[in-house]
Design a binder for this molecule. Structure first.
Ligand SMILES: NC(=O)c1ccc[n+]([C@@H]2O[C@H](COP(=O)([O-])OP(=O)(O)OC[C@H]3O[C@@H](n4cnc5c(N)ncnc54)[C@H](O)[C@@H]3O)[C@@H](O)[C@H]2O)c1
Ligand SMILES: [Zn+2]
Length: 355
């Protein structure tokens, strides 16, 4: 078991069925509510059977339909109802077993139930293990706009168990690699070498080491800047353009996963920030080895630009972007983008250069 300690909570990396009972035994919760979606209830909840047996408890289980389209206030009402039915008092615990949707929404519901009960994150997707479960951002989408309602609240603990990656659909697994590649660029050149040198689909790919290194980067950044006043902005690398591309494709017949969109964003943003040269070639080669080229129609760019302008972090007519800086790991550079620069970055992406 590997353990990261932040000032507020610990992150345990290793078998959940061992770590959770040990952690719970040292605490005095009145009740436990396990929050799942239809897939994680089926694929992931059985891993905990032995743990509940060892503890001699039977948790209540709440299940919601899977998918981002359900990360909304209606499903919160359903979860709060489950909390009511399970008679959760202020000393109860919620266990969020799922991807980022369950972590963000289950955490939000727990953080607001009776003005806040403890919750733990047990992430089951690569994206949530390495990114969403760490950092205390919780929330839901409102009127179709992502993450508009939410709070900052830290979990009581995070449990990352690589075993869950085995049942994760291939496209979801690949999607999560975008955040890992991002973390490697932000703070860990060795992680970048591991990712770009080995086949992550191979059965002997060392997920434990990759998770350890990737989580370490996220922990360091959010510890240094918990409320996104400075360095934490660098976690948006690839997201300023990528998020808007993702939103555009959501309205088409062929949506991109989050990671697929962020991969496009990282390439376009890197071109704008670094220009042609060795650094850009290395980044593009690394990312393209994971993510095949996707055509973004030129006609999409004005929509993409308008989504970028709606981004929470902007002031005025240009769009603030943050990328890894030039002073080595954990440095940051910000740039203000204008519409024409978006076109340049996307033209570079569209040319399909592989390094
Ligand atoms: N709070 C943050 O800091 C933060 C950061 C990044 C992303 N997010 C949020 O995370 C969400 C995306 O998370 P995600 O990519 O994990 O999506 P997700 O939670 O929708 O999970 C993806 C799919 O995989 C299924 N699944 C999950 N684990 C599985 C497993 N082990 N085996 C089989 N199927 C499994 C889910 O049921 C779902 O269908 C977005 O809503 C995003 O806004 C939050
Ligand atoms: Zn992301």
């Amino acid at each position: 078991m590997h353990q990261f300690d932040t000032a507020a909570y610990s992150i345990f990396l290793g078998p959940l069925a061992d770590a959770l009972p040990e952690w719970l035994r040292a605490r005095d919760y009145t009740r436990v509510l396990l929050i799942t979606d239809e897939n994680t209830r089926r694929c992931c909840a059985p891993v905990l059977e032995s743990a509940w047996q060892a503890l001699g408890i039977r948790p209540e289980i709440a299940e919601i339909p899977a998918g981002e389209q359900h990360k909304n206030i209606d499903m919160c009402a359903r979860l709060w109802q489950a909390m009511l039915d399970a008679r959760l008092d202020r000393r109860a615990l919620a266990v969020n077993l799922g991807g980022g949707v369950i972590g963000d929404m289950g955490g939000f519901c727990a953080a607001t139930w009776k003005r806040g009960i403890d919750f733990v994150q047990a992430p089951t997707t690569l994206l949530s293990m390495t990114d969403a479960a760490i950092g205390g951002k919780l929330g839901i989408d409102f009127q179709g706009i992502k993450n508009t309602v939410g709070v900052f609240q830290n979990p009581a603990a995070v449990f990352v168990d690589p075993v869950f990656l085995k049942t994760l659909p291939a496209r979801e697994l690949r999607s999560g690699t975008a955040e890992v590649l991002k973390h490697a660029q932000i703070g860990d050149p060795d992680l970048w070498r591991i990712l770009t040198g080995k086949d992550y689909n191979s059965p002997d790919f060392d997920w434990l080491s990759v998770l350890k290194a990737s989580i370490a980067v996220k922990v360091r950044v959010v510890t240094e800047d918990p409320f996104e006043k400075g360095l934490r902005m660098v976690l948006n690398y690839g997201h300023t353009i990528g998020h808007a591309v993702e939103t555009y494709f959501l309205g088409t017949d062929d949506p991109l996963t989050h990671g697929e969109a962020i991969a496009i964003g990282m390439i376009a943003e890197s071109y704008l920030a670094y220009g042609e040269g060795e650094r850009l070639s290395e980044i593009v080669a690394g990312i393209r080895a994971y993510f095949p080229h996707r055509q973004v129609p030129e006609g999409a760019l004005s929509a993409v630009w308008s989504y970028m302008l709606q981004d929470k972090k902007n002031a005025g007519k240009s769009v603030r972007m943050a990328v890894p800086g030039d002073a080595g790991p954990y440095s940051m550079r910000t740039m203000d983008l204008e519409q024409r620069m978006l076109a340049d970055g996307m033209a570079y992406y569209a040319a399909g250069r592989t390094g």
